[in-house]
Design a protein around this ligand. Structure first.
Ligand code: GLC
Ligand code: CA
Length: 551
């Protein structure tokens, strides 16, 4: 196996809570995953990334960890884990663990010690500050609404939590913290895991001045300039690389909120000093509302293309891209970038998949994306479980900034719970996810959209993804070819070439529900590698048509 196996891999992300429940408690679990490994293998991916499965009080569904070396009770036991890992390896599937070390849970032993007294040996594991004029040390807001500081009466100081108050930030300035993290990573590597997806890793180094952020409308200040890609982040990651990563043959991807091209060139440099790749967010944020992500506005393809092409062009030869439309923090890809109505759901799901999977980088598929699962369209705030939603509801709706109805419309478009509804396995009750009561409502469309139906239909989105993955394994141009954007002024068509030696791969995708003129394929001869239509029409692309031709 070549050293850079992660360049030719395709990764499948599982959100364990919503994947498959093996014991009827309504919560997905490790045995549920093990039972479905053949399904994942059939898709053809090489690597599985699991959202966190560690011991956690689940304030943020496992992204708040109280023991990094134990399995969440609801998900199973360490024996279940070992069996799952060995079943994955038997099938040639690798396992990527989610590494959540910007913060821990407030129920982690370290934090319970830390908050006890100012001279506790664990005090400096977290970020404690004195009140300023009787209030928070600065105006930073948390990513989940409200202040990023929580007052702790025990020692009358504030601790920093960039996410919920049950997710105190670890103090990476403290060498002992870094050693604890590196030792814990080594422990998992020795167990045989194959890599890490590093949660908000771009936020581990804070600017030590703790200056106020820019505030908006009487809301809290934005900490990002002081916490994203902070002063020592590359130093910390290089240390992690030297002490842990370089000792194993791993795949590493950093979730890098606020990352710029220049920063990404450091994080994901091909020299291998830090990580293999990062998740950038620019293409997820091409539309923003008055209060951040809460908007119903549709993504405009030309804007999206400009961002994606920039990342393709600028990282060429220097760093490596990750490719994704979807994950557990985003709405469903087909609802957001395609068309999830009955007429075009499948064809547009295939189109957006084509657009992404023919690019340069390592593609990620989020559970259910491969069958074209759609947004949940919940009608009431009571249907939502996500702490981000519930906190924002309090702040924005109850705080009088937004009307309830408008906020609910935003949730239908962008809430994270859209991606977290249970995996739709078949058309039996609860979509075959559980025999109990699912922790989050199943999407009502499961009778039509489910894995069983997809596997029975040769033309399904599932088999289309399978073919895209096979193509990546068969044509080096898809892995190594240089990206060249085409038709960059076109409002409807996203087109590009990949070039390797004398090979040229031509890719064109119609992002609209209309037939649009396209002469890219006029007079060219080559082999069509994949398309979501059987017949083409001269000089046009049909609604949501995608074509890939090797010239
Ligand atoms: C990352 C995770 C998200 C989580 C947050 C805090 O963005 O993907 O799900 O809420 O970090 O850990
Ligand atoms: Ca269960």
């Amino acid at each position: 196996m070549s050293k850079a196996w992660w360049k030719s891999s395709v990764i499948y992300q599982i959100y364990p809570r919503s994947f498959a429940d093996s014991n009827g408690d309504g919560i997905g679990d490790l045995n549920g995953i093990t039972e479905h490994l053949d399904y994942i293998k059939e898709l053809g991916v090489d690597v599985i990334w699991l959202s966190p499965i560690y011991q956690s009080p689940n304030d943020d569904n496992g992204y708040d960890i109280s023991d990094y070396q134990a399995i969440m009770k609801e998900f199973g036991t360490m024996e279940d884990f070992d069996r799952m890992l060995s079943e994955m390896h038997k099938r040639g599937l690798k396992l990527v663990m989610d590494l959540v070390v910007n913060h821990s849970s407030d129920e982690h032993r370290w934090f319970m010690e830390s908050r006890k007294s100012k001279d506790n040996p664990y005090r400096d594991y977290y970020i404690w500050k004195d009140p300023k004029d009787g209030k928070e040390p600065n105006n930073w807001g948390s990513c989940f609404s409200g202040s990023a500081w929580e007052f702790d009466p025990e020692t009358e100081m504030y601790y920093l939590h960039l996410f919920s108050k049950k997710q105190p930030d670890l103090n990476w300035e403290n060498e002992t913290v870094r050693k604890e993290v590196f030792d814990m990573m080594t422990w998992w590597c020795e167990k045989g895991v194959d890599g890490f997806r590093m949660d908000v890793i771009s936020m581990i180094s804070k600017d030590q001045a703790y200056l106020d952020g820019v505030a908006h409308d009487g809301l809290y200040g934005d900490p990002s300039p002081y916490v994203c890609n902070g002063p020592r982040v590359h130093e910390f990651l290089q240390e992690m690389n030297q002490k842990v990563l370089s000792k194993y043959d791993l795949i590493t991807v950093g979730e890098a909120a606020g990352v710029t091209i220049d920063e990404a060139k450091k994080y994901a440099n091909l020299d291998g000093r830090e990580l293999n790749m990062v998740f950038q967010f620019e293409h997820m944020g091409t539309v923003q509302g008055e209060y951040g992500k809460w908007t119903t506005e549709r993504v405009q393809m030309p804007k999206l293309r400009a961002v994606m092409n920039k990342w393709q062009n600028e990282l060429e030869g220097v760093a490596w891209n990750s490719l994704y439309w979807d994950n557990h923090d985003q709405p469903r890809a087909v609802s957001r970038f395609g068309n999830d109505g009955p007429m075009y759901r499948e064809v547009s799901a295939k189109m957006i998949a084509t657009c992404l999977h023919m690019m340069k980088g390592t593609p990620y598929i989020y559970q259910g994306e491969e069958i074209g699962m759609t947004n949940a369209y919940f009608k009431s705030i009571d249907d939502y479980q996500d702490i981000e939603v519930l906190n924002a509801y309090k702040e924005l709706v109850q705080g009088g900034f937004m009307e309830e109805e408008d906020f609910l419309d935003c949730l239908k478009a962008v809430s994270r719970d859209n991606a977290r509804t249970p995996m739709q396995w078949d058309d039996s009750e609860n979509a075959g996810f559980t025999t109990g009561t699912p922790w989050l409502k199943v999407n009502e469309n499961y009778h039509m959209i489910n894995a069983k139906a997809a596997l029975a239909d040769k033309n399904s989105v599932f088999y289309y993804y399978q073919k895209l993955i096979q193509l990546r394994k068969s044509y080096d141009v898809i892995i190594d070819g240089v990206f060249v954007g085409l038709l960059e002024d076109n409002d409807d068509i996203y087109a590009y070439e990949r070039r390797l030696g004398d090979q040229r791969l031509l890719v064109a995708c119609n992002f609209t529900g209309n037939e649009v003129p396209c002469d890219l394929f006029q007079g060219v001869s080559g082999e069509e590698l994949i398309s979501n239509y059987k017949c083409h029409k001269d000089g046009v692309l049909k609604p949501y048509e995608a074509r890939v031709v090797l010239l």
